[in-house]
Design a protein around this ligand. Structure first.
Ligand SMILES: C[S@@+](CC[C@H](N)C(=O)[O-])C[C@H]1O[C@@H](n2cnc3c(N)ncnc32)[C@H](O)[C@@H]1O
Length: 257
């Protein structure tokens, strides 16, 4: 579902495919990003994914047996050595992390000097559906964006647009921000826009969206698809940076030793 986004991320990392890298994916879900990366990276690379959901880790291990997946929840620390990763990636996870400052500091600690951090996040307020029912669509997009689903400890539907400020404002990274637009004209199961509309059943069940307006929009989407007029898009924002002013202290250079 997110293949094009993952390919964009791999391209932004500007990897030398003959090299080996130590890569950590925080909130790796079912492991698809690392699976994509493993096809294009040196075979002696060490790929590690962590996720707080046990079922996601079980599925990731089954699908990508060559990759190290661990059931681990980030609270305020990461269980890895200083300077042990070349690349740390996280995709659509940051909105769920309560202590974002601690996460940035821990990534700084485990990245080697000159290593890369890459965070990508959908900005849910940028969801676009072509529709005659403009008020309904605006409401659906806002409700989805503000929806803290059961598996989320915290949420922020505008996380995408905040990545730049979080990283650059921390003072410990220097980088750049770019955007990726997912654009779909097909309305069927497995497509992002279709599946997100199905997700809204959860908001119908709790009464935030009325059944009649939901059914009206679903029927309109099918009708638009039949007439080749269905259109959906969503923006992801992607921060890529390096730890700022990070050097490994050698014993000889450290006067306190
Ligand atoms: C929206 S999913 C994204 C999964 C994957 N990165 C992808 O590209 O599809 C967010 C994932 O982050 C995980 N997650 C959320 N908070 C976490 C935390 N504090 N520590 C580890 N994993 C976390 C969730 O379990 C979930 O699998």
């Amino acid at each position: 579902m997110k293949d094009a986004l993952y390919e964009e991320i791999v391209s932004l990392l500007s990897l030398d495919f003959a090299q080996n890298y130590n890569v950590l994916d925080i909130g790796c879900g079912g492991g698809d990003f690392l699976g994509t990366l493993s096809d294009t990276i040196g075979s002696k690379s060490m790929l590690v994914g962590i996720d707080e959901m046990d079922d996601q880790i079980i599925s990731a291990k089954e699908r990508y047996p060559g990759i190290g997946f661990h059931h681990e929840k980030f609270i305020d620390s990461l269980c890895y050595e200083d300077n042990s990763f070349d690349i740390v990636v996280s995709i659509d996870t940051m909105e769920c992390v309560p202590d974002k400052t601690a996460l940035l500091e821990e990534i700084y600690r485990i990245l080697r000097p000159g290593g890369k951090v890459l965070f990508a996040h959908w900005d849910w307020d940028t969801q676009v559906y072509n529709s005659e029912h403009k008020a309904c669509i605006r409401k659906f997009v806002a409700e989805f964006s503000d929806w803290q689903q059961d598996w989320m400890e915290t949420c922020d539907g505008q996380m995408g647009r905040q990545l730049w400020g979080l990283f650059e404002g921390s003072g410990i990274y220097r980088g750049k921000i770019s955007s990726f637009t997912l654009l779909e004209t097909e309305y069927r199961k497995g497509k992002y826009g279709y599946d997100r509309l199905q997700d809204l059943v959860g908001l119908v069940e709790v009464g935030s969206i009325e059944t009649a307006e939901y059914e009206m929009v679903c029927s309109e989407m099918q009708d638009l698809a039949d007439r080749k007029q269905y259109f959906y898009s969503l923006n992801s924002y992607i921060y890529i940076g390096e730890p700022h002013n990070k050097r490994i202290q050698s014993d000889a250079a450290d006067p306190r030793r």
